[in-house]
Design a protein around this ligand. Structure first.
Ligand SMILES: Cc1cc2nc3c(=O)[nH]c(=O)nc-3n(C[C@H](O)[C@H](O)[C@H](O)COP(=O)(O)OP(=O)(O)OC[C@H]3O[C@@H](n4cnc5c(N)ncnc54)[C@H](O)[C@@H]3O)c2cc1C
Ligand SMILES: Cc1cc2nc3c(=O)[nH]c(=O)nc-3n(C[C@H](O)[C@H](O)[C@H](O)COP(=O)(O)O)c2cc1C
Length: 490
């Protein structure tokens, strides 16, 4: 450029381009804010319409929240005032003051509340003994509960059931029996819509928008850990098929992959082989994968581990995505906002990123944002600390070059790798975090937020225990309430 333009002119041009880019980012941010405000305003009650129906969601990965918004829109279009909120955002007064409340609650862990509702479960639901004294009387509240769960778990709809029982113990009256949806099955959801019609007093409640899957093309696939003792992990790159524009998403979001086509193919092959038993009863349930890239990369990147079933055969979705699907082939996919794993109000906070295995995907997306911000603004004040666990350093240090470059550039102030099989004793991220307890306290005192991504079993629970041990129960609950402790665990 300086060959054509003088140095000052080139510098001015670069500055102008930079300012233009800042303006575009600001404008996009404002547009999103306006959209969100318009969406909430559209649901605000008319002045004389009476207290709104509370539509409360307890959601980890967004399904319950999505259904809550669909519920609210349908009731609003039927003329009812509604207010949507996360269960964790409401207190005793809000519940006492309401006349009707609908609860859409999923279950996590082993029959537990989703993270955002955990303090509600502990503070309100577990405080039964003190209720007699404080008198939480919900007898003027009419409620309906939709419990989301998965019947393959021992405690099916555990949290939805506990919530329903607690509401009734506090005197709330059920408008209808609790509805339980096994993997968001259509029958249960249509029952829920029927109940909403009754509540709204209309036979023609607006139809819900069905989730829309669109075709994406597998543009590239790379085996990340050849020679590993662990299951093979692949880096996948996907672009919209047919040159469609790339939709927007944020770090922390997920994709859902539809396996219906692949399942039909597998069922056909099983039938042809006379193995009708092998037909998968789980084939309509889409599979979730955390996005490892940003729109600025021009593609959705995923880290997918090929799971092995008990009989050794590959998992339906992961086997297809990592093996049978040819590069250039199409995948039906949809993007899912994952509000509880986005950066939210933590953009300017130090970040402690903890993960294992394919959990690096979500952490990588957040680090990419930090790297981008640093490049665009030169702002290196906010620190990030990565603790990542896998099996062997020789095979499983996924994206090592990128991570080391972020360390050199100051995007990452600190990296701790936990390679469990590199030495005789097993070392995992939770052990490193416990060892670094003073540093953990110091970062939290400095306002850091904690993001945990990867295995629920073996990792997330143990990390949670270390956090509670190091920081104390009350402080960890406060971090959850402030949105400073977020998880994408599975
Ligand atoms: C919020 C969320 C984010 C996810 N992000 C990712 C990601 O980024 N990368 C990724 O590879 N996977 C991710 N997963 C897991 C993914 O959605 C699928 O569950 C996984 O690929 C297995 O699906 P499958 O169809 O291949 O296996 P299936 O045909 O469903 O069979 C899987 C078999 O393995 C077992 N199994 C399934 N999942 C697990 C697990 N996580 N741990 C242990 N055993 C299991 C089951 O019990 C079953 O026997 C995520 C899941 C959730 C809920
Ligand atoms: C890691 C994990 C643990 C889960 N544990 C349970 C459980 O104990 N009981 C249950 O009924 N469902 C369980 N589920 C299923 C979820 O409740 C169900 O998928 C729900 O639709 C998710 O809704 P959400 O996106 O709003 O969080 C679990 C799901 C995951 C990924």
């Amino acid at each position: 450029m300086t060959a054509i333009l003088s140095r000052p002119a080139a510098a001015l041009l670069l500055l102008a381009l930079y300012l233009l880019m800042c303006a575009a980012v600001w404008w996009r941010h404002r547009r999103r804010q306006r959209q969100a405000a318009a969406e909430s305003a559209a649901l605000l009650p008319a002045a004389d319409a009476g207290p709104p129906v509370l539509v409360l969601h307890a959601s980890q990965t967004g399904q319950a929240e999505e259904i809550a918004w669909q519920t609210a829109r349908a009731l609003h279009l039927a003329g009812m005032p509604v207010r949507v909120a996360a269960l964790g955002e409401v207190d005793r007064e809000a519940l006492r003051g309401a006349r009707h409340a609908l609860f859409i609650a999923s279950t996590y862990g082993e029959g537990d509340a989703p993270d955002s509702a955990a303090p509600f479960a502990r503070d309100l639901m577990a405080a039964q003994a003190s209720d007699a004294a404080t008198g939480l009387d919900l007898s003027s509240l009419q409620v309906g509960v939709l419990a989301l769960g998965d019947a393959t778990y021992t405690h099916f709809c555990g949290f939805g059931r506990a919530l329903d029982a607690w509401l009734r113990e506090r005197g709330a009256r059920s408008m209808f029996d609790r509805i339980e949806a096994d993997r968001t099955d259509e029958h249960a959801l249509s029952q829920w819509r029927q109940r909403l019609s009754h509540l709204a007093g209309t036979a023609d409640l607006a139809e819900w928008e069905a989730p829309v899957f669109t075709d994406w093309r597998l543009a590239a696939r790379r085996h990340l850990n050849p020679g590993s003792q662990g299951g093979p992990v692949f880096h996948l790159e996907l672009v919209p098929a047919g040159g469609s524009p790339l939709p927007a998403w944020e770090a922390g979001d997920l994709v859902q992959v539809s396996v219906a086509g692949e399942a039909a193919h597998a069922a056909h092959a099983a039938h042809a082989a006379g193995a009708a038993d092998a037909i998968d009863d789980d084939a309509r349930r889409p599979r979730e994968y955390t996005i490892a890239s940003l729109p600025a990369d021009g593609r959705v990147e995923l880290m997918v581990r090929r799971t092995a079933r008990e009989d050794g055969s590959p998992g339906l979705a992961s086997g297809w995505l990592t093996e049978r699907l040819a590069v250039g082939g199409d995948v039906a996919l949809r993007l899912r906002p994952h509000a509880s794993f986005r950066i939210g109000a933590n953009a300017d906070r130090p970040l402690i990123l903890v993960g294992n295995g394919t959990g690096l995907a979500g952490l990588r997306a957040h680090l990419k944002v930090r790297a981008q911000t640093r490049m665009n603004t030169g702002n290196g004040a906010v620190r990030a600390w990565l603790l990542f666990g896998e099996r062997q350093s020789a095979h499983d240090a996924h994206y090592r070059d990128e991570i080391e470059a972020w360390q050199r550039d100051g995007v990452l102030a600190r990296v701790d790798w936990a390679f469990s099989r590199d030495q005789a004793e097993r070392v995992h991220v939770q052990h490193l975090l416990a060892r670094e307890a003073p540093r953990l306290r110091e970062w939290i005192a400095d306002g850091a937020a904690i993001y945990v991504c990867g295995s629920l079993q073996g990792m997330a629970g143990a990390v949670d225990a270390v956090l509670r041990e190091t920081l104390g129960e009350a402080d960890v609950d406060a971090l959850i309430r402030e949105g400073r402790y977020r998880r994408d665990v599975y």
